[in-house]
Design a protein around this ligand. Sequence first.
Ligand code: MN
Length: 259
Amino acid sequence: MGKTTLLISDLHLHPGAPDITRGFLAWLEENRGTDVDLYLLGDIFDAWIGDDLMLLGDADPSGHARLACAVADQLKAASDRGTRIYLMHGNRDFLLGSDFAERAGATLLNDPQRIELGGEPTLLMHGDSLCTRDEAYMAFRVKARDPQWQASILAMPIPERLALASQLRQQSGEANSTKAADIMDVTPDEVLSAMQQHDVKRLIHGHTHRPDVHPLTLTAADGSKTQGQRMVIGDWSSNEGWEVRIDGDGAPALNRFTF
Ligand code: MN
């Protein structure tokens, strides 16, 4: 048995959705091992207001702190058993920081991140940066990634940050319900240019909640064509999850499972 690589995203863990947390922790227990690479490709948490929330523990009535600690500690248990854990930010949990990563035994990744998967160079992304037709979101994304803006948010008292997160979440839900469906998906040209820029034939991302495997045609600088692949991991719900799994040097498989 060779190495197993697992990629998941968009769990949107939230104190109000305990079934997903239970499903995730059971999945983690089942899959942790000594030769496992686990990639968490963003929006693992539905909201993240700063690592210092974890210090509150049970004293946080919203339940966010208890959830964060439980997830960090179970990831750490997997890490202690030899699972290598890699963590990428999503558009919801972009404030996840080094304190969480350290407590979870995880390594923070850049977005995009280029890795070798089963011998094939592969680009990993959360996916939000590919949805360039959503101009309002792209403008927010620039602000949200600005260290000064982040510092100003993290300087706010925790109750204010919790209120802001719930307000942003509500606004995003209202805005998205009126946006055209194609705006919420990736821009095809953006996919091709990211893959060509990073010289990969395979891209794996989440974010769009449209799990699928898309074949695509890439054009090299000399005009020659090659076949490529875009794999989209699905979002988790109260009884269903999605993963991309690669056993040894095998081909990646997109799997749906229930819990
Ligand atoms: Mn997302």
